[in-house]
Design a protein around this ligand. Structure first.
Ligand SMILES: [Zn+2]
Length: 416
């Protein structure tokens, strides 16, 4: 365990100012990727505070660091390849970016937090040399078996320096959903700069904090995500380490993400119009004023009350409720709201690594998707709401016995 001592004021991960303003406090929660095997169900389980702050110096929304990344990411249960629409999203990205940057056999693409090779495999198929960097050894092994060269390491300035010394600098460095999970964003961005060729491009994706706030996505807050970025906060951190953000795409993934493009300071490519407009919109939304962040906590409490109202009503009416999915975000939601097997009999997941285990904290059992057909629930409670369209299509057969879908975010909603 790392983090500050009891009673001392936490400091901003980027600018090191004291963090004095709560964004939202979700109470005590277990590590959301620590799925429990049956034999550990009766053992003690560590819970850590899930308290987020906003820095009034650089506007980075962040968690106080209580758990070391080694503890979290040494063995990671998330295999990217188990979500169809995510795999498709990254396949399209590979084609688009290879085209836009004219990547070919002489180029070099590095992905940071390359997971099971779900993205880099597409560059490999195009004949473009790649290297994945992935700290979770069990996940990296899957990538290597697929023919994606992978270095089992945490990424930062030290790793980048080693690679650059071996003459390995990249035309493209990509990172999808890694920036949020970095405990030291300054060191991470310094690493990007060191590893990037003089005219190279960095793209990173992260859930957009403006959408998180507008759409109540508090369940995307968990210990594995240290930071929650706006363009404004991201631009500041990159600039402080010598990289300029120059373009952005707004993506539907994870409830609304940004893919930002970065380059070296002396690279002449201009800042795009859509990047300028996004920054304008963030300023208009108040993301450089404390008041805009202050109302979020109350909105979250109200969402919890509405969700519990629905669940209590359904159980009083004798309904059977079963979960779908066992994503990290589900664990934040269930623990914060106190939803256990008193409301949800079990959940299912396509990832065999999770099947037979139990959700951290709530101990809801995780079964294979076939269990739904046997149970014939009245409500299927979709925890990964960002994949709700895909899941409702896959599970359409629940309608044959009158089953309905329930989605908890932005607020509880039943799909007939
Ligand atoms: Zn700060």
């Amino acid at each position: 365990m790392t983090g500050s001592d009891t009673g001392s004021v936490p400091r901003c991960l980027h600018c090191k100012r004291p963090l004095l303003h709560t964004f939202v406090d979700l109470g005590m929660s277990p590590l959301c990727e620590s799925y429990l095997p049956a034999e550990k169900r009766n053992a003690m389980e560590p819970f850590y505070p899930l308290h987020t702050y906003v820095c009034d110096g650089c506007w980075l929304v962040q968690l106080e660091e209580f758990v070391s990344p080694q503890e979290i990411f040494g063995e990671y249960a998330y295999f990217s390849s188990y979500a169809d629409s995510w795999v498709e999203h990254m396949r399209r990205y590979a084609g688009m970016i290879a085209d836009r940057l004219h990547l070919g056999r002489d180029s070099f693409v590095v992905e940071v937090a390359s997971n099971d090779g779900y993205l880099l495999q597409h560059f490999v198929k195009m004949g473009i040399p790649v290297l994945g960097i992935e700290p979770a050894a069990n996940v990296a092994k899957v990538a290597i078996a697929k023919g994606v060269p992978t270095l089992v390491k945490f990424f930062g300035a030290a790793t980048a320096r080693e690679l650059a010394a071996e003459g390995k600098r990249a035309d493209l460095i990509c990172g999808a959903n890694v920036l949020a999970q970095v405990p030291d964003p300054n060191d991470f961005v310094a690493g990007l700069r060191l590893l990037l060729k003089p005219r190279g491009t960095v793209t990173v994706e992260f859930p957009h904090v403006m959408r998180l706030m507008a759409e109540n996505q508090f369940d995307t807050i968990y210990h594995e995500h240290f930071s929650y970025f706006s363009w404004i906060a991201c631009e500041r951190i990159f600039a402080s380490e010598g990289l300029t953000l120059f373009d952005v795409e707004e993506l539907p993934t994870h409830g609304g993400s940004l893919r930002v493009y970065a380059k070296h300071l002396d690279d002449p490519r201009p800042v795009t119009e859509r990047a300028r407009q996004l920054k304008e919109r963030e300023i208009e939304a108040g993301l450089m004023r404390l008041e805009a962040y202050a109302g979020f906590a109350e909105q979250v409490k109200d969402t919890k009350r509405k969700l519990l109202d629905f669940l209590i009503g359904a159980k009083r009416a004798g309904k059977k409720i079963v979960g779908y999915g066992a994503p990290g975000k589900g664990n934040t939601l269930l623990n914060y709201c106190g939803i256990r097997t008193d409301f949800i009999d079990f959940t299912v997941d396509r990832n065999p690594y999770k099947q037979g285990k139990f959700l951290p904290g709530t101990h809801i059992p995780i079964l294979a998707p076939e269990a739904i057909r046997e149970a014939r629930p009245d409500y299927l409670f979709i925890l990964p709401w960002n994949f709700k369209d895909e899941i409702m299509k896959q599970m359409e057969e629940i309608r044959s016995w009158g089953g309905k879908f329930v989605v908890p975010i932005p607020e509880v909603r039943v799909f007939e």
